[in-house]
Structures are given as C-alpha cells and as structure tokens.
Design a protein around this ligand. Structure first.
Ligand SMILES: [Zn+2]
Length: 188
C-alpha cells in the first residue's frame, strides 16, 4: 500500500469537488478519513486470516461493493444526509474517496493485488502501471531510509498530480465565480 497519509491526502483532495454550500475543509477531513478505512483490514492479520483470503488485506474491504455499501453509510454518519440531492452528490464523492484507496494500492509494486470485484471473483488486480513503492505494514519501520524512498515515489506519482488537480479545480471555480462568467440566455 502507499503510506496511510497518502491515502488520506487523496481522499481529502476530493473535497475540492464539494457541492455548493458544503464547507470544503470539513468535507475534506471526512473524505480523508473515509479513504483510509479500507486498510482497517490489517486487523485480519491479528485474527490469523491470511493476506490472500477474501477478507484478508486488500481483499473485500478494498472492493467496489464494499465502497458502494460504505459510502452512503459514512455520508449519513458524517451529517450530509439532510437534503436528498446533497446526500446523493456528497455520497458520490465519498464513493470516489473510498475507491481511490484501492486504485492507489493497485499502483504499488509489491504485495498482492486488490480484490476489486470480490465477492464476484476472488481474483486480485494491479493496474498495468505500478510506479509507487509499497509501504511496509509494520509501523515500526516507518522511520527508515526505505520510507524516504517510498515517500519520494508517492510525491512524484501521487502528490504532484493531486496538487495539479486541486490547482485546476481552484482555477475552474474562480473562472465560474468571476463576475460576468455567467451569460443570460436570450429572452430571459
Ligand atoms: Zn489498502
């Protein structure tokens, strides 16, 4: 997996797509937390469930079905369910944040692939391009030279593109909010 903070960063970045009227900072924090959730499956190691099991690491908790079940639940828990339209739109962003986790894992260079389609198939998948170094599951190895190399690969292949996307979103928003950007239709 990429480091857990990179998962959080990717989820939080999606807060830029917040529907109108929803504070971005709070939503970004919630999205960052949601994007980390699939890795709670590491507790399966303590339960002696093997990595390759459907409930093992990168298994069901990284699947599309899990994201589709979790997204509406977590959107509701985060307090975005008062208005049906906002609930739906915000739910889609939470879905994207949770799915981003598996996609980033599928970019890594080691471990088993991601069980995107569990329970329909137990097969694990990687993306064809895997430039991101895999972070250790052992927290004690975080302060090591290896971690610096991992963070370097994440900076190049994840953080920089995310920064570019956030920058692009802010430009689009400024252009949309610019006085005179909205033109009235003839006859209105
Ligand atoms: Zn993961």
């Amino acid at each position: 997996m990429p480091t857990i903070m990179t998962h959080a960063l990717a989820g939080a970045a999606l807060g830029q797509a917040a529907p109108a009227g929803i504070p971005k900072f709070r939503l970004s924090v919630c999205l960052g937390c949601a994007a980390m959730l699939p890795d709670l499956d590491v507790i399966m190691f303590a339960l002696k469930i093997p990595y390759s099991h459907v409930l093992g690491h990168r298994g069901f908790s990284h699947s599309v079905i899990f994201a589709m079940v979790l997204a509406p639940l977590i959107t509701w828990l985060a307090g975005y369910a008062a208005d049906p339209k906002r609930y739906f739109n915000t739910g889609l962003i939470f879905l994207a944040a949770i799915l981003s986790h598996g996609i980033l894992d599928a970019l890594t260079d080691a471990g088993l692939g991601v069980g995107f389609f569990i329970p329909f198939t137990d097969e694990r998948h990687f993306l064809p391009w895997r430039p991101v170094m895999t972070a250790s599951l052992n927290p004690s190895s975080f302060l090591s030279r290896e971690t610096l190399r991992i963070l370097e690969s994440e900076a190049v292949y994840i953080w920089l593109p995310l920064t570019a996307v956030i920058f692009l979103f802010s430009i689009i928003r400024r252009v949309k909010n610019c006085p005179g950007a909205e033109t009235s239709a003839p006859g209105k």
